[in-house]
Design a protein around this ligand. Sequence first.
Ligand SMILES: [Zn+2]
Length: 81
Amino acid sequence: MSDTFAVVGSSLGYEGKLVKGELIPKPQSSFIRVKCPKCGNEQVVFDRPSVAPRCSVCEEQLADPTGGKARIRSEVIQALG
Ligand SMILES: [Zn+2]
């Protein structure tokens, strides 16, 4: 009896993991290569940043975080996968 209970318990745990995975949609995040409008430095920034990405050279703000896709302030060179 206790063996049966153990099997049920573990299968429930497995299902719980599956449901959790389905709740999270496939990440459609991507990265973009942008050119700093101030110093011309090219760098890769996240498409949906939670904080404003800044140029690694002159610290110019390169995009505004919007909660979704960032509003890019700089020139977009290339979109990466
Ligand atoms: Zn810069």
